[in-house]
Design a protein around this ligand. Structure first.
Ligand SMILES: [Zn+2]
Length: 256
């Protein structure tokens, strides 16, 4: 089995003590590449340095909605800084960026910063790694307005198959993560069973989003094969089929 983790925060301090041994476990489990999205400008340089140490790790740069409140400068300055960093470094996408309806930062403020990244995705012709939590209506409106031509991924998608199909029509893949391992996530499991396999990429979002049975523990990119197996069971196909197609989807999306 050969897999790509399309979304893992492998640069986070949670992996500082044992990153090399986690990566060894990944390789043994068949996880051959990792996309690492950036979340806030002060952390971009460390992420860029990290991916330079291993050719199988790929950086994206962006401003995550959770880090919008801490940024002192406005959306225009963030856009200039992001453009400069993206032009100077090999990055596979813009992100993680988006909207989160479950945090204190007002949506208008989050939207300003997200719009700056949508505009940049178009001018630099990069795909987007999108965080969309409790805001699918607002997100769909924005994507319909901007129609990013390189598309992207709605990461850690949780929602109905109808909403998933709206994203797919706009050129966005859906990221299947730990959520599908939970029996109680019936709606999301149904969505991932029904979507075309061409619309799905796999991800762990590690160190967050532990799988069922591991609540409260650090999640790891080495857990990706279990997500692939769960998706294969939900769809009634072999895990090899899931691994091959989702790997190809991820390679195409990020031009790997
Ligand atoms: Zn993330």
């Amino acid at each position: 089995m050969r897999l790509i983790d399309s979304h893992c925060h492998f640069d986070f301090a949670a992996f500082d003590k044992d990153r090399a041994s986690v990566w060894r476990q990944c390789r043994e489990a068949g996880v051959e590449r990792i996309i690492i999205p950036g979340v806030s400008p002060p952390r971009w340089q460390a992420l860029l340095d990290l991916v330079r140490s291993e050719p199988a790790w790929h950086a994206a740069l962006g401003v995550h909605p959770w880090w919008v409140a801490e940024s002192k400068c406005g959306a225009a300055q963030l856009q200039r800084d992001l453009a400069a960093s993206l032009e100077a470094n090999a990055c596979v996408a813009i992100g993680e960026c988006g909207l989160d309806g479950a945090i204190a930062t007002p949506l208008e403020k989050q939207e300003e910063v997200f719009r700056a990244q949508l505009a940049l995705a178009e001018s630099l012709q990069l795909p987007l790694i999108v965080h969309a939590r409790r805001c699918h209506n607002e997100m769909l409106h924005l994507l319909q307005a901007y129609r990013p031509s390189r598309g992207g991924v709605i990461h850690a998608f949780s929602g109905s198959v109808e909403i998933a199909r709206e994203y797919w029509k706009l050129g966005f893949s859906l990221g299947a993560g730990g959520t599908i391992t939970y029996d109680r996530a019936a709606k999301t499991r149904r969505a991932f069973a029904a979507l075309p396999l061409e619309a799905i990429v796999l991800e762990t979002d590690a160190p967050d989003m532990p799988l069922q049975g591991h609540q409260g523990q650090r999640n790891s990119p080495a857990c990706l094969p279990r997500i692939a197996r769960t998706l294969a069971e939900l769809r009634g196909v072999s895990v090899e089929t899931v691994a091959d197609q989702t790997r190809r989807n991820t390679e195409a999306l990020f031009s790997l």
